[in-house]
Design a binder for this molecule. Structure first.
Ligand code: EPS
Length: 376
């Protein structure tokens, strides 16, 4: 399964093309729109989200809400394009308006300008922008629906905001509740603190990042490979999470914590009760690069948004003089958006792994082949 995305943040639309979907997958289009709305939500988002009302428009590959097995293409229109047409229109526009040369530390601006030989960071930031993730969410929800047909579910929540960390461990069934909360956190007291912190950072013209946990339940053992490094499930899933804007660290299960403990405190002891099971899940559901049948647990660290209203020190790319970095409007925190995006990219990456192992031209075939696999 392959996804190509296209589209600029203030261009006409975000576009996605998915290749490799089997036929007869029943799509819940309302759910796709629901996730697109979740991606726009969350405390700390900026004014742009009041303009956009993201919705998927499926263009091909689906008839009467069922996939045809042909490439599925879709668009998520940018409402803001109406306000940006005169500086963004592919058919001709005034490039001199809305230029950005006071490059923002932490953003793609400076390196992108050098690499792509541009004198206006707009030609970089329009694509580097996290608005691109709307297309990845739309595709990711389709992947979730493919996985759900096999009994595999994905969920997640925000575990921390700018140092306010929820150390509790929650059962999978509770995670969905998080989306009803302003910061997708499950501990109301910590969330209230985080909301106050975001208010403070906003007043100071500053921004926040955070920590997100993604979990996958119901995946049978043996997805991934211990034979070919390029097919290791942990590497594939972590690569997918790291491909999301602003993600700077990822871990599986106990992750970085495992480096500080001895083997007897890390490795999950095995028992048999009709199925092979582990007494704990420090491995996060992946051993030897393969799913082991336990829940998959992934965590990702998001850096603070690099557009600060107070502007960090930088230089102007053209004049080379010291300046404050550019800022027009910005999110203070986009941690909830990131949570939705991470669920989506994990789903898409996993659907690709599953479809490579199972093949299948239609959903009936895929489901039948999955059923035949040993549980654990
Ligand atoms: C972004 C800057 C902001 C965000 C945007 C990502 O956009 P604008 O410059 O138009 O205010 O709101 O994210 C989205 C538009 C979105 O839908 O996620 C950036 O610089 O990455």
């Amino acid at each position: 399964m392959k996804l190509t995305t296209a589209g600029e943040s203030h261009g006409k639309a975000l576009i996605g093309v998915i290749e490799g979907l089997p036929s007869n997958l029943e799509l819940d289009i309302d759910e796709i729109d629901e996730f697109l709305a979740y991606r726009q939500s969350g405390y700390g988002r900026g004014a742009r989200q009041k303009i956009e009302k993201d919705k998927i428009e499926i263009i091909s590959g689906v008839r009467n809400r069922k996939t045809l097995g042909s490439p599925l293409s879709f668009a998520v229109l940018n409402r803001d394009y109406g306000n940006w047409k005169e500086v963004m229109a592919p058919e001709g526009c005034d490039e001199g308006k809305k230029t950005l040369t006071k490059v923002r530390p932490g953003h793609a601006d400076l390196t992108g300008m050098i690499k792509y030989a541009q004198t206006d960071a707009r030609n970089i930031l329009e694509r580097a922008s996290a608005r691109e993730t709307a297309a990845r969410v739309a595709a990711g929800v389709i992947a979730m629906q493919y996985l759900r047909a096999l009994g595999v579910s994905i969920s997640g929540y925000v575990k921390g905001v700018c140092g306010i960390i929820d150390a509790d461990i929650y059962p999978f069934e509770r995670l969905a509740e998080a989306k009803k909360h302003p910061l997708f956190m499950l501990n109301a007291e910590l969330e209230e603190k985080a909301v106050k912190l975001i208010d403070k950072l906003k007043a100071e013209g500053d921004t926040a990042g955070g920590l997100i946990e993604i979990r996958i339940k119901g995946l049978k053992c043996g997805f991934g490979s211990c034979m070919r490094y390029s097919e290791k499930l942990d590497a594939i899933l972590c690569g997918a999470l790291m491909s999301v804007q602003a993600i700077k660290g990822v871990e599986v299960g106990m992750g970085f914590g495992a480096a500080n403990l001895s083997g007897s405190k890390v490795h999950d002891e095995i028992y048999f009760d009709g199925k092979f099971r582990r007494a704990t899940n420090n491995a996060g559901g992946i051993e030897g690069g393969m799913s082991n049948g336990e829940e998959i647990v992934l965590r990702a660290a998001m850096k603070p948004i690099p557009t600060l209203m107070r502007g960090l020190k930088t230089v102007d790319y053209i004049t080379k003089s010291p300046e404050k970095a550019a800022s027009e409007r910005s999110d203070v925190a986009a941690i909830c958006a990131a949570e939705i995006v991470l669920e989506s990219v994990a789903a898409f990456a996993l659907a690709d792994v599953v479809s490579k192992r199972l093949g299948g031209d239609n959903m009936g075939e895929v489901i039948e082949r999955y059923k035949r696999l040993q549980e654990a």
